[in-house]
Each structure stands twice: as C-alpha cells, then as structure tokens.
Write a protein that binds this ligand. Structure first.
Ligand SMILES: [Zn+2]
Length: 281
C-alpha cells in the first residue's frame, strides 16, 4: 500500500520503542513512513511517523469518521440509520460490537451496570451513549475535535477533547474501555500507565486493537488493509500487549480473537483484550 501523497518527510519524525527506548529495524518501507520492529521486545511501530501536529490535522478532519461504522449522516445523528431507514452492514456490525462488548464488560466486571465507566477514544460517542443507556455513569476522552464536539453536543455526553494523560478525571473508574485506540496514541506505555491510575483496584480494563500476528497481517504484508501507517502507529500481538500492560501495572487476563464472538464480530485481524490492575502496582 502507498501512503497518501499529502504527507512528506517534513511531516514526519523518528521515534524509538516505548518499552526499550531503542530504534526499530525496518519491516515494511511505506515511504515517507517506516514500519519497524524493536530488536529487543519485538513490539512493532511506525518510524518515521507523522508529527503530533500533522496527526491532529488528520483526526480533526471531519471526514475521518465518515462512512464505515458511522454511516453517512454523523453530522446530524450518528446513531440513526440512513434516510431510507436501512442500516449499512458496517453499522450493523457496530451495533453487534456494542452489544457484545457491553455484555463482556458486565461478565468481566462481575456486577450489574451502574458504576463509573470511562471510554478513551470515544469517537462520535456511539458506544458511550449505549453504555449510558445500559445504566453506566459515563465519561469519555476523544482526540478528534469533530468527534468530541458531536459526542458532547448532539449526544450530551461528558467527553474531554485531548489525550487521556491531560484529561481532568477523578480516578476510581469501575471500567475503562479503549476500543481501537491504543494503536493510535503517541506513547502506549504512558497511555496504559494513565489508565492504571484511573481504574479502581477492583476494576477492569477492556480494549480492542488490530494485531500483528493475525492471519491477514501475516499473509498480506504491506497490502494488509489495517496497516494504515498514518494512524496505526503501534502494532501489537497478545505477547507484546502483555509485556506493555505489565510494565504499566496491568495484567492481561483475557484475549478474544474469534471473529464469531459478538465483541469482535467479523474482525479477522483484531482482538479484544481484558486487563486488570496488578495488586500493589
Ligand atoms: Zn522494545
């Protein structure tokens, strides 16, 4: 796959492994970006990658969430079907994930909804809206100004616009979720450390990401549709997820890889992970 022509070397910066502090070894050359692997811990990341200012421009683009799971009418009502009343296959999938993930949260948390739930990477607020309806007291964080404005404006959700490290949040959340988010953040170790500081000691963390050891990633190489080197700047496996989470004081206690599970429906190259605070960490 080729990177969009809109980006040049001037928009990029070199980074090192967030766990080991060393540069990676080139796996895929997708100029002006590089997909590299840490020689020590095997974590895969993008370097050179977009500078933070360029990334902010990308996420603020109103078109970023258009189409796909959000349908075509996000500016008016993200949760509503198209004008002909039909749901697109992507929107049906979105609803399946939401229902499956809410059930998974309830099972993993072990108590009925009702506590405080934080979603990091809330997008347009569709999941958070469903979680609120299910009975959770919700808070959200979203980097995209377009997404955050819709979630708080049209849906009336409590959503902070920015990185989670900068969000003024009261710790002690029963549940923290991050759906398709940690592969986008500047520093996943800092991200998980912040999540650890926000989740209650008896709370639970649930997340989803694409994964590098999936069959599509392995078979398709640079043609893997999820490679997207502008946005997906870290690539994990269950093993590197566990390494990274442990360094942040969280234990990976579950991984759902089946595309038949509702929480991960139809996703051949993604997983859902469950993590819990390590006592004393
Ligand atoms: Zn490393």
């Amino acid at each position: 796959m080729s990177a969009p022509a809109r980006w040049s070397t001037a928009d990029t910066e070199d980074v090192v492994c967030c766990l080991c502090g060393v540069p990676g070894t080139l796996v895929h050359d997708v100029a002006p970006f590089g997909v590299v692997r840490c020689p020590r811990c095997r974590l895969v990341f993008v370097s050179p990658r977009l500078r933070p200012e360029a990334l902010q421009r990308l996420y603020d683009d109103a078109g970023y969430f258009e189409g796909g799971v959000y349908g075509s009418g996000v500016s008016t009502d993200a949760a509503a079907p198209a004008s002909d009343g039909r749901l697109s296959p992507a929107m049906l999938l979105q609803r399946t994930w939401t229902a499956g993930r809410l059930r998974l949260i309830e099972r993993e948390h072990g108590r009925p909804p009702g506590g405080r739930l934080l979603e990091v990477g809330a997008g347009y607020g569709l999941f958070l809206d469903a979680a609120r309806t299910a009975g959770w007291t919700t808070s959200g964080v979203e980097l995209s100004r377009t997404g955050a404005a819709h979630a708080s404006g049209a849906l009336g959700l409590d959503v902070f616009c920015g990185q989670v490290e900068d969000a003024p949040l009261e710790p002690g959340f029963a549940v923290v979720c991050a759906w398709d988010t940690v592969e986008h953040v500047p520093d996943p170790l800092s991200f998980w450390r912040t999540v650890r500081s926000l989740v209650a000691d008896d709370g639970v963390v649930l997340f989803s990401t694409p994964y590098w050891s999936s069959l599509p990633a392995w078979l398709l190489g640079t043609r893997w549709w999820t490679l997207k080197p502008t946005e997906h700047i870290w690539h994990f496996t269950p093993r590197t997820h566990a390494l990274l989470l442990a360094r942040a004081g969280l234990a990976l206690t579950g991984v759902v890889r089946s595309p038949l599970a509702a929480a991960n429906a139809g996703r051949l190259d993604s997983l859902v992970g469950v993590a819990r605070p390590i006592p004393g960490a």
